[in-house]
Design a protein around this ligand. Structure first.
Ligand code: LMR
Length: 414
């Protein structure tokens, strides 16, 4: 009989001789490993020199480097020269950063309806958004796409909130199971929050088109649901404006909406933990909502990280830096598109089929290849190719040399 780690921990506690002192830490059970983060360590520990990392969603250039973007470097230099204090910012972060993010995401003229706070990365924004939902509507259910980023259900469970899932991915076509999605979302109740990936769906890479987005908006509006958009990859799909279009459409239609956004990927400042939570509502309620967002920051970490937010603000407010950032982001996006097409072509040749053509139609960093866990495991063991167990690959982990290697290996395991 195998004993699971939590049973072992309980057994250990029972066997422990009592010394009369109260033990707290000994009551803890081991936590399940995060499947994306586990891959990072497994990859590091693999001694093979030709191993390929397609795991965590981090952009890499053709040499395998995650570069600091030019505009970020320039802003950092300027900041170093001009910054005179490191004293606290506001609880909500710098107003200029929040304004910049509202404009980047929603376009000009939305400030009046937008309460916003800087957060530690996109995850911080998701967490604060969920806590806001729990505070405002304790019974509300949060609807998640199936599949979704594993941290979504994990945080919801941790917060003790209720959730439901809606079908999203059609494994046969590699596209969106739109009929399934609409059928499941028909079960949404008034006041529920529906989490939607604004662009570049993680983990599948399959995205709704404009007509489908409009149909989802119609359905949610009819149900009285609140859209909750996770926007972590703006600029990685079809461009900064196009990627924001569904979010802007929802913002124009819904009286209330939540947006959790990240600058980790599009500014390449992963470790700076730079995110924002925007709560759109009636202008007359903006002050109260803003106060609640600031309250949540205070409860969880007081002041949000400032360095990344300040860089983003400097880049956004300086025409030269902004143009250079946009140009480099576009290079990044086109590089990923190019890799997508190259991989789809290579898979076509290697498998002699069109089974993987969807890779070229997907957008963003990720594509779900539709392999079994056993096939993913064989790719790791036999070929040193690392991807998430659900066969999500990070397209940016590839380069011209490794595209054919992956295609041949995939053809070998299917
Ligand atoms: C990913 O999905 O790989 C990224 O968003 C990184 C993360 O935190 O999981």
């Amino acid at each position: 009989m195998t004993i699971c780690p939590s049973q072992k921990a309980r057994q250990h506690r029972k066997d422990r001789p009592s010394n009369g002192l109260h033990a707290m830490l000994e009551t803890l059970n081991p936590q399940p490993a995060d499947k994306i983060l586990t891959l990072i360590q497994q990859f590091k520990d693999d001694p093979r020199s030709d191993k390929i990392d397609l795991g965590v969603g981090v952009y890499k250039d053709a040499t395998g480097l995650t570069p600091v973007m030019r505009a970020v470097k320039a802003a950092e230099k300027r900041l170093w020269e001009t910054e005179t204090t490191k004293t606290y910012t506001g609880l909500a972060g710098e107003p200029a950063y929040n304004a910049a993010m509202v404009e980047l995401i929603l376009g000009p003229g939305m400030g009046g309806r937008a309460a916003s706070v800087a957060t530690p990365g996109g995850t911080g924004a998701i967490r604060q958004a969920l806590e806001l939902i729990r505070m405002a509507a304790p019974g509300a259910k949060v609807w998640l796409s199936d599949p979704t980023w594993p941290n979504h259900p994990s945080i919801i469970r941790y917060l003790g909130m209720s959730m439901a899932s809606y079908r999203y991915f059609d494994a046969v076509t590699g596209g969106v199971d739109f009929a399934g999605l609409m059928a499941d979302l028909a079960g949404v109740r008034a006041g529920d929050a529906v989490l939607l990936h604004g662009c570049c769906h993680n983990p599948t890479g399959a995205n709704l088109d404009a007509v489908q987005w409009a149909a989802v908006a119609d359905l949610l509006a009819a149900k009285g649901a609140i859209p909750f958009v996770d926007l972590a990859y703006q600029g990685f799909g079809d461009g900064l404006e196009s990627d924001a279009a569904p979010t802007r459409m929802l913002a124009a239609r819904f009286p209330e909406m939540l947006i959790a956004a990240s600058c980790s990927k599009n500014f390449g400042i992963y470790r700076e933990r730079t995110g924002v939570l925007i709560a759109l509502g009636d202008e007359t309620r903006r002050g109260v909502t803003q106060g609640n967002l600031a309250f949540l920051n205070r409860q969880n970490f007081s002041f949000p990280p400032d360095h990344g937010a300040r860089l983003v603000t400097m880049i956004w407010e300086d025409a030269g830096l902004r143009a250079d950032w946009m140009a480099e982001l576009e290079e990044v996006r086109l590089n990923m598109l190019h890799l997508r097409q190259a991989l789809a072509d290579a898979l076509r040749r290697a498998t002699n089929s069109d089974r993987f053509d969807f890779v070229a139609r997907h957008r963003g960093m990720f594509s779900r290849l539709g392999l079994s866990e056993a096939q993913v495991e064989r790719l790791r063991k036999d070929h040193g190719i690392y991807m998430v167990s659900d066969s999500r690959i990070n397209i940016a982990g590839l380069n011209a040399a490794t595209v054919p290697v992956l295609a041949t290996a995939v053809a070998g395991v299917i």
